[in-house]
Design a protein around this ligand. Structure first.
Ligand code: PLP
Length: 283
């Protein structure tokens, strides 16, 4: 509540919501503001799905938008998020079809929405190839025209990862290389001085699979499990999706993790297990 009041006081008059309670808070603390409701949409194809925690059904969103008008707010638009690192254009197409129906329903109920917020999700290249950004632009443009014709609403996007991921490189030190079991045939584990708690939170479930650059690139490689430095047993980045790392790698070598400008430094713990937070250097 205090955050809504503060934002409104500073001149913010456009808010997203997806529940009755939030709507009432907005009516009370940001009276007359423009509001848009977030719909839950399929996140299939997203390496980092966002569909469970936010967004509501079409029927509920319709009720909420009608209530918004009754509460003196301006029912302004709708939004969705197709999930982060979304690798398929089909998710945007399906989401646009879904929201378009609600635009029509609400128009019939006397509410003319003006804006569609298409969220983020635009992917970057980690280990696997992904469609070019133009393909997302084309698919979204085509779907918007198909469902809205010439009456296009104002469109917003909120790209996060796509804007900043390429700008970051993590430089990390190899702290230990171990054949767990002692035999040459046992899996090789490489422990780095960065892990799940040092900023690589998106390696949870091995969802985001970063690319590695080593001082020995080009030399023969082998399957490697990659883990972080902390005492925590879940601090393993890649065990199922093993990384091809050079046999020549030794402790003390520095490895670079590429495309780490998004959701890395900001996810870093302040000092779990005594490891200092990731230092940031802007070049
Ligand atoms: C509401 C909202 N918009 C935009 C973004 C940015 O998403 P992405 O980094 O996938 O582009 C997020 C990320 O969590 C989000 O929650």
């Amino acid at each position: 509540m205090s955050s809504i009041r503060e934002a409104f006081g500073l001149g913010v008059d456009l808010f997203v919501f997806d529940s009755e309670e939030e709507l009432k808070k907005l009516a009370e603390n940001a009276p007359g503001s423009r509001v848009f409701c977030r719909l839950a949409v399929e996140n299939d194809g997203a390496d980092w799905p966002l569909s469970r925690k936010f967004g509501t059904t079409v029927a509920h969103a319709k009720d909420l938008m009608l209530q918004a008008a009754e509460l003196g707010l301006d029912p302004y638009g709708l939004s969705f998020h197709v999930g982060s690192q979304q690798t398929s254009t089909a998710a945007h197409e399906a989401a646009i079809a879904k929201v378009a129906m609600l635009f029509t329903d609400l128009s019939e109920a006397g509410i003319e929405l003006k804006m569609l917020n298409l969220g983020g999700g635009f992917p970057v290249r980690y280990r696997d190839d992904i469609p070019e950004i133009d393909q997302f632009g084309l698919a979204i443009g085509r779907a918007m025209t198909e469902h809205f014709g010439n009456a296009l609403p104002q469109m917003l996007i909120e790209p996060g990862r796509f804007m900043v991921a390429e700008a970051g490189v993590v430089s990390t030190e190899v702290v230990l290389i171990s054949r767990r079991g002692g035999k040459e045939s046992d899996p090789r584990w490489v422990y780095l001085d960065i892990g799940r708690y040092g900023g690589l939170a998106e390696t949870e479930g091995e969802a985001i699979r970063y690319r590695f650059r080593t001082p020995h690139d080009g030399l023969p490689t082998g399957d490697t499990v990659v883990a972080g430095p902390s005492c925590d047993g879940v601090d393993i980045m890649y065990e199922k999706n093993r990384v091809q790392l050079p046999h020549a790698l030794t402790s003390g070598d520095r490895i670079e993790l590429l495309t780490t400008g998004a959701y890395v430094t900001t996810y870093c713990s302040t000092g779990f297990n005594g490891f200092a937070p990731l230092g940031e250097h802007y070049i």
